[in-house]
Design a protein around this ligand. Structure first.
Ligand SMILES: Cc1cc2nc3c(=O)[nH]c(=O)nc-3n(C[C@H](O)[C@H](O)[C@H](O)COP(=O)(O)O)c2cc1C
Length: 214
Protein backbone atom coordinates (compact mmCIF):
# COMPACT_ATOMS: atom_id res chain seq x y z
CA UNK A 1 0.00 0.00 0.00
CA UNK A 2 2.87 2.38 0.86
CA UNK A 3 3.85 3.00 -2.80
CA UNK A 4 0.24 3.54 -3.86
CA UNK A 5 -0.12 6.14 -1.12
CA UNK A 6 3.20 7.85 -1.81
CA UNK A 7 2.25 8.83 -5.37
CA UNK A 8 -0.99 10.48 -4.24
CA UNK A 9 -0.88 14.25 -4.08
CA UNK A 10 -1.95 16.09 -0.94
CA UNK A 11 -2.45 19.82 -0.44
CA UNK A 12 -1.35 20.54 -4.02
CA UNK A 13 -3.16 23.90 -4.22
CA UNK A 14 -3.44 26.59 -5.39
CA UNK A 15 -5.29 27.74 -2.29
CA UNK A 16 -6.75 31.07 -1.10
CA UNK A 17 -4.42 33.49 0.68
CA UNK A 18 -4.85 33.95 4.42
CA UNK A 19 -4.45 37.30 6.17
CA UNK A 20 -4.61 36.67 9.93
CA UNK A 21 -4.68 40.44 10.59
CA UNK A 22 -7.88 40.84 8.56
CA UNK A 23 -9.86 38.16 10.41
CA UNK A 24 -12.95 39.04 12.49
CA UNK A 25 -12.92 39.18 16.31
CA UNK A 26 -15.09 36.11 16.74
CA UNK A 27 -14.87 32.70 15.07
CA UNK A 28 -18.50 32.28 13.99
CA UNK A 29 -18.15 35.08 11.44
CA UNK A 30 -15.00 33.57 9.90
CA UNK A 31 -16.57 30.10 9.93
CA UNK A 32 -19.66 31.41 8.10
CA UNK A 33 -17.40 32.98 5.44
CA UNK A 34 -15.41 29.78 4.98
CA UNK A 35 -18.57 27.64 4.80
CA UNK A 36 -20.06 30.01 2.19
CA UNK A 37 -16.76 29.82 0.25
CA UNK A 38 -17.03 26.00 0.33
CA UNK A 39 -20.65 26.16 -0.91
CA UNK A 40 -19.64 28.58 -3.72
CA UNK A 41 -16.71 26.30 -4.65
CA UNK A 42 -19.34 23.53 -5.10
CA UNK A 43 -17.58 21.23 -2.67
CA UNK A 44 -19.74 18.14 -2.12
CA UNK A 45 -21.49 18.09 1.24
CA UNK A 46 -19.66 21.17 2.55
CA UNK A 47 -21.83 20.90 5.69
CA UNK A 48 -20.51 17.42 6.58
CA UNK A 49 -18.34 17.32 9.70
CA UNK A 50 -16.76 14.77 12.02
CA UNK A 51 -18.21 14.72 15.53
CA UNK A 52 -15.80 13.27 18.09
CA UNK A 53 -17.01 12.15 21.50
CA UNK A 54 -15.70 10.09 24.38
CA UNK A 55 -17.63 7.33 26.09
CA UNK A 56 -18.10 6.83 29.83
CA UNK A 57 -14.72 5.01 29.97
CA UNK A 58 -12.89 7.86 28.22
CA UNK A 59 -12.58 5.89 24.97
CA UNK A 60 -12.91 8.17 21.91
CA UNK A 61 -15.44 7.71 19.10
CA UNK A 62 -16.04 9.71 15.90
CA UNK A 63 -18.46 9.80 12.98
CA UNK A 64 -19.59 12.08 10.13
CA UNK A 65 -22.73 14.20 10.64
CA UNK A 66 -24.48 17.07 8.89
CA UNK A 67 -24.37 20.63 10.26
CA UNK A 68 -28.01 21.74 10.60
CA UNK A 69 -27.60 25.34 11.69
CA UNK A 70 -25.24 27.89 13.14
CA UNK A 71 -26.36 30.68 15.47
CA UNK A 72 -25.14 32.68 18.48
CA UNK A 73 -25.47 29.55 20.66
CA UNK A 74 -23.28 27.39 18.43
CA UNK A 75 -23.12 24.65 15.80
CA UNK A 76 -26.22 22.38 15.54
CA UNK A 77 -26.60 18.73 14.58
CA UNK A 78 -29.53 16.31 14.77
CA UNK A 79 -29.59 12.63 15.62
CA UNK A 80 -31.36 9.86 17.51
CA UNK A 81 -30.55 10.81 21.10
CA UNK A 82 -30.83 7.26 22.43
CA UNK A 83 -27.98 5.94 20.21
CA UNK A 84 -24.27 5.69 21.09
CA UNK A 85 -23.32 9.33 20.45
CA UNK A 86 -26.35 10.56 22.46
CA UNK A 87 -25.40 8.32 25.38
CA UNK A 88 -21.77 9.40 25.16
CA UNK A 89 -22.73 13.08 25.23
CA UNK A 90 -25.05 12.47 28.20
CA UNK A 91 -22.09 10.94 30.10
CA UNK A 92 -19.58 13.54 28.91
CA UNK A 93 -20.73 16.62 26.93
CA UNK A 94 -17.16 17.50 25.80
CA UNK A 95 -17.00 17.08 22.01
CA UNK A 96 -14.97 18.11 18.98
CA UNK A 97 -16.13 18.98 15.46
CA UNK A 98 -13.87 18.83 12.40
CA UNK A 99 -14.60 20.23 8.94
CA UNK A 100 -12.40 19.66 5.87
CA UNK A 101 -12.84 21.39 2.50
CA UNK A 102 -10.15 19.77 0.29
CA UNK A 103 -10.48 21.99 -2.80
CA UNK A 104 -9.78 25.03 -0.61
CA UNK A 105 -7.12 23.32 1.55
CA UNK A 106 -9.07 24.33 4.64
CA UNK A 107 -9.74 22.61 7.94
CA UNK A 108 -11.70 23.94 10.92
CA UNK A 109 -11.46 22.29 14.34
CA UNK A 110 -13.79 23.09 17.24
CA UNK A 111 -13.67 21.88 20.85
CA UNK A 112 -16.54 22.57 23.19
CA UNK A 113 -19.62 21.39 25.06
CA UNK A 114 -22.76 19.92 23.51
CA UNK A 115 -26.21 20.61 24.94
CA UNK A 116 -29.75 19.86 23.81
CA UNK A 117 -31.84 22.51 22.01
CA UNK A 118 -35.33 23.37 23.28
CA UNK A 119 -38.06 20.74 22.77
CA UNK A 120 -39.91 22.89 20.21
CA UNK A 121 -36.71 23.16 18.12
CA UNK A 122 -36.21 19.39 18.22
CA UNK A 123 -39.80 18.81 17.10
CA UNK A 124 -39.51 21.38 14.29
CA UNK A 125 -36.29 19.74 13.06
CA UNK A 126 -37.94 16.31 13.04
CA UNK A 127 -41.06 17.54 11.23
CA UNK A 128 -38.88 19.08 8.49
CA UNK A 129 -37.32 15.69 7.69
CA UNK A 130 -38.22 13.70 4.56
CA UNK A 131 -40.66 10.80 5.07
CA UNK A 132 -37.96 8.13 4.70
CA UNK A 133 -35.67 9.85 7.21
CA UNK A 134 -38.57 10.18 9.67
CA UNK A 135 -39.42 6.48 9.35
CA UNK A 136 -35.82 5.41 10.00
CA UNK A 137 -35.57 7.72 13.03
CA UNK A 138 -38.90 6.46 14.41
CA UNK A 139 -37.50 2.93 14.64
CA UNK A 140 -35.21 4.44 17.33
CA UNK A 141 -32.74 1.59 16.87
CA UNK A 142 -29.76 3.42 15.31
CA UNK A 143 -26.49 1.48 15.75
CA UNK A 144 -28.17 -1.62 17.24
CA UNK A 145 -27.22 -4.99 15.70
CA UNK A 146 -29.52 -5.75 12.71
CA UNK A 147 -30.70 -9.37 12.43
CA UNK A 148 -31.86 -9.29 8.78
CA UNK A 149 -32.99 -6.98 5.96
CA UNK A 150 -36.53 -8.30 6.49
CA UNK A 151 -36.48 -7.05 10.07
CA UNK A 152 -35.54 -3.56 8.82
CA UNK A 153 -38.15 -3.61 6.00
CA UNK A 154 -40.90 -4.63 8.44
CA UNK A 155 -39.92 -1.95 10.97
CA UNK A 156 -39.85 0.76 8.26
CA UNK A 157 -43.22 -0.33 6.82
CA UNK A 158 -44.71 -0.09 10.30
CA UNK A 159 -43.32 3.42 10.83
CA UNK A 160 -44.55 4.58 7.38
CA UNK A 161 -48.06 3.35 8.32
CA UNK A 162 -47.85 5.23 11.65
CA UNK A 163 -46.78 8.39 9.78
CA UNK A 164 -49.68 8.08 7.35
CA UNK A 165 -52.14 7.91 10.27
CA UNK A 166 -50.36 10.62 12.25
CA UNK A 167 -48.31 12.91 9.95
CA UNK A 168 -47.17 15.12 12.86
CA UNK A 169 -45.65 12.20 14.75
CA UNK A 170 -42.27 13.00 16.32
CA UNK A 171 -39.67 10.54 17.57
CA UNK A 172 -39.56 10.91 21.36
CA UNK A 173 -35.77 10.46 21.28
CA UNK A 174 -35.05 12.88 18.46
CA UNK A 175 -32.19 15.13 19.57
CA UNK A 176 -30.96 18.47 18.31
CA UNK A 177 -27.60 19.18 19.88
CA UNK A 178 -25.82 22.53 19.90
CA UNK A 179 -22.05 22.67 20.31
CA UNK A 180 -20.81 25.76 22.10
CA UNK A 181 -17.08 25.96 21.36
CA UNK A 182 -14.40 27.24 23.70
CA UNK A 183 -11.73 26.83 21.03
CA UNK A 184 -11.92 27.13 17.21
CA UNK A 185 -8.92 26.67 14.94
CA UNK A 186 -8.84 27.72 11.28
CA UNK A 187 -6.19 25.99 9.16
CA UNK A 188 -5.38 27.23 5.69
CA UNK A 189 -3.11 24.82 3.84
CA UNK A 190 -0.24 26.03 1.65
CA UNK A 191 1.29 23.91 -1.11
CA UNK A 192 4.80 24.84 0.16
CA UNK A 193 3.68 23.60 3.61
CA UNK A 194 3.86 27.10 5.09
CA UNK A 195 0.38 26.56 6.45
CA UNK A 196 -1.55 29.31 8.24
CA UNK A 197 -3.18 28.52 11.54
CA UNK A 198 -5.36 30.81 13.62
CA UNK A 199 -6.88 29.71 16.92
CA UNK A 200 -9.66 31.53 18.78
CA UNK A 201 -9.90 30.81 22.52
CA UNK A 202 -12.89 31.92 24.57
CA UNK A 203 -11.81 34.08 27.51
CA UNK A 204 -13.96 35.96 30.04
CA UNK A 205 -13.59 39.22 28.12
CA UNK A 206 -14.16 37.71 24.66
CA UNK A 207 -12.24 35.72 22.08
CA UNK A 208 -8.44 35.62 22.16
CA UNK A 209 -6.79 35.11 18.75
CA UNK A 210 -3.45 33.30 18.48
CA UNK A 211 -1.44 32.20 15.47
CA UNK A 212 0.03 28.69 15.66
CA UNK A 213 3.13 27.15 14.15
CA UNK A 214 2.36 24.97 11.14
C1 LIG B 1 -22.20 12.36 4.98
C2 LIG B 1 -22.84 11.73 6.20
C3 LIG B 1 -23.81 12.44 6.89
C4 LIG B 1 -24.40 11.89 8.04
N1 LIG B 1 -25.29 12.66 8.72
C5 LIG B 1 -25.82 12.18 9.87
C6 LIG B 1 -26.66 13.01 10.69
O1 LIG B 1 -26.90 14.21 10.40
N2 LIG B 1 -27.20 12.46 11.83
C7 LIG B 1 -26.92 11.17 12.20
O2 LIG B 1 -27.43 10.74 13.26
N3 LIG B 1 -26.11 10.37 11.49
C8 LIG B 1 -25.54 10.84 10.32
N4 LIG B 1 -24.68 10.05 9.59
C9 LIG B 1 -24.40 8.67 10.10
C10 LIG B 1 -23.34 8.75 11.22
O3 LIG B 1 -22.05 8.88 10.65
C11 LIG B 1 -23.35 7.48 12.14
O4 LIG B 1 -23.20 6.32 11.35
C12 LIG B 1 -24.66 7.34 12.95
O5 LIG B 1 -25.12 8.60 13.40
C13 LIG B 1 -24.44 6.42 14.14
O6 LIG B 1 -23.49 7.00 15.02
P1 LIG B 1 -23.29 6.50 16.53
O7 LIG B 1 -23.41 4.99 16.53
O8 LIG B 1 -21.92 6.94 16.90
O9 LIG B 1 -24.34 7.15 17.40
C14 LIG B 1 -24.05 10.58 8.45
C15 LIG B 1 -23.07 9.87 7.75
C16 LIG B 1 -22.47 10.44 6.65
C17 LIG B 1 -21.37 9.66 5.94
Amino acid sequence: MRDELRILKSLAGPFPAFEADLTPDEPRELFSTWLRNAIEAEIKEPHAMVLSTVDANGVPDARVLILKNLDQRGWHFATTGSGPKGRQIAANPSVALTFYWPQLGRQVRLRGMAFQAEAHERYADFRARAAGAKAVALTERQSEVLGSSQELDDALALQHRRLQDEPDLVSANWALFIVMPHEVEFWQGDSERRHHRLRYRREKAGWLKERLWP
